[in-house]
Design a protein around this ligand. Structure first.
Ligand code: GLU
Length: 274
C-alpha cells in the first residue's frame, strides 16, 4: 500500500451536513496526508461565514488537516494560465449562447442528446468565424469558454483512470459534449479548477461522492491536455436520510451545526454515519 495524499474540497455555499461529515471522514481516513480546499469560485453563492463554519465543524468532528488551506478564489491567475494554454492549443471557443438560445437551437434541431449534466450543448458557437467572435465580444455580449471536445479527445488519445471501488475506467469525456471551462460569471469552472488544484496540491487519491463519478472523465482529459499528474480516485456511496433521499444543503435540520446545537455528541453523530 503506498501512501496517499487526499483532500476534502467543500464549496462554502451553505453549512456542512451529515453527507459532508461522511465524505470528510472518508477522505481523512484514506489519506496519510489530508488536505482541505475551499472551492469558492462561485462568488455569488459563497459566504465567508460558511468558510468559518467549515473549519469549526470539521475541527469539532476531530479532523486535522495540513496547512495551508487552498482557497480557489485566490488562484484565479493559475486558472487563467491553463485556459490560455488550452486556447493556444486551439481547443477553446467563446460561447455567447444563453439558456434560451440553447433551448431554441435544440427545438430547431428536433433532438436533444443528454449527458450526465443534462442536455448536451448543440455546438452553435463552435462554427463562429474569428470575425463573428470579435464582433460579438465588441458588442459587449458576455461569453463562456467551451472545450471543443472532439478535437480535445483526438489530441489526447485513449485515456483511462483507476477508481478504487469500480476498477480501471475507460475515460469517455465525450458523454459531456463541449463542456464549459470558463463560465460567464466567473473566469473558471469546477472542472478546470479542481483538476489543476489536485495537481498543484500533489493529491494522489481523489475521494468524493459518486454523484461526481462522471466528472472524472473530464478531469482525466484535462490532465492529459495540460500534462498534469494523474491521481487515483475513490468515489464513495452517498449517505441517505430516513426518507431514502440524499442529504443536500437545503436540509437545514441536518447540518452538523444544528445537530451539535441540539446537543448531539460527536460519537452520536459518528454512529449515525455507520
Ligand atoms: N466542491 C465540490 C462540492 O462541494 C467537490 C469537489 C470534489 O471533491 O471534486 O461538491
Amino acid at each position: 500500500m503506498h501512501k496517499h495524499v487526499t483532500r476534502f474540497a467543500p464549496s462554502p455555499t451553505g453549512y456542512l451536513h451529515l453527507g459532508h461529515a461522511y465524505s470528510a471522514l472518508f477522505c481523512a481516513e484514506k489519506g496519510d496526508r489530508f488536505l482541505l480546499r475551499i472551492e469558492d469560485i462561485d462568488q455569488g453563492r459563497c459566504r465567508p461565514e460558511y468558510i468559518a463554519a467549515i473549519y469549526e465543524d470539521l475541527a469539532w468532528l476531530g479532523l486535522n488537516w495540513d496547512i495551508p488551506v487552498r482557497c480557489q478564489s485566490q488562484h484565479m491567475d493559475e486558472y487563467a494560465k491553463a485556459l490560455h494554454q488550452l486556447a493556444e492549443m486551439g481547443l477553446l471557443y467563446p460561447c455567447f449562447c444563453t439558456r434560451k438560445d440553447i433551448q431554441a437551437e435544440i427545438e430547431r434541431a428536433g433532438h436533444a442528446p443528454h449527458g450526465p449534466d443534462g442536455i448536451l450543448y448543440p455546438g452553435t458557437c463552435r462554427t463562429l468565424s474569428r470575425a463573428q467572435q470579435e464582433d460579438l465580444k465588441a458588442s459587449g455580449k458576455s461569453f463562456a469558454l467551451r472545450l471543443d471536445m472532439t478535437k480535445a479527445i483526438k489530441m489526447a488519445g485513449p485515456l483511462s483512470w483507476l477508481d478504487h471501488d469500480k476498477g480501471m475506467q475507460k475515460a469517455t469525456p465525450e458523454i459531456f459534449g463541449d463542456v464549459v471551462l470558463a463560465r460567464k460569471d466567473t473566469p473558471t469552472s469546477y472542472h478546470l479548477s479542481v483538476t489543476l488544484d489536485d495537481n498543484l496540491q500533489g493529491i494522489t487519491l481523489v475521494t468524493r461522492g459518486e454523484d461526481l463519478f462522471h466528472a472524472s472523465h473530464i478531469h482525466r482529459l484535462l490532465q492529459a491536455l495540460l500534462e498534469l499528474d494523474v491521481p487515483e480516485y475513490h468515489h464513495h456511496g452517498l449517505l441517505v436520510g430516513e426518507d431514502g433521499k440524499r442529504f443536500a444543503k437545503r436540509d437545514k435540520s441536518l447540518t452538523i451545526r444544528s445537530l451539535r446545537e441540539k446537543g448531539l455528541s460527536v460519537d452520536e453523530l459518528l454512529n449515525r454515519l455507520k
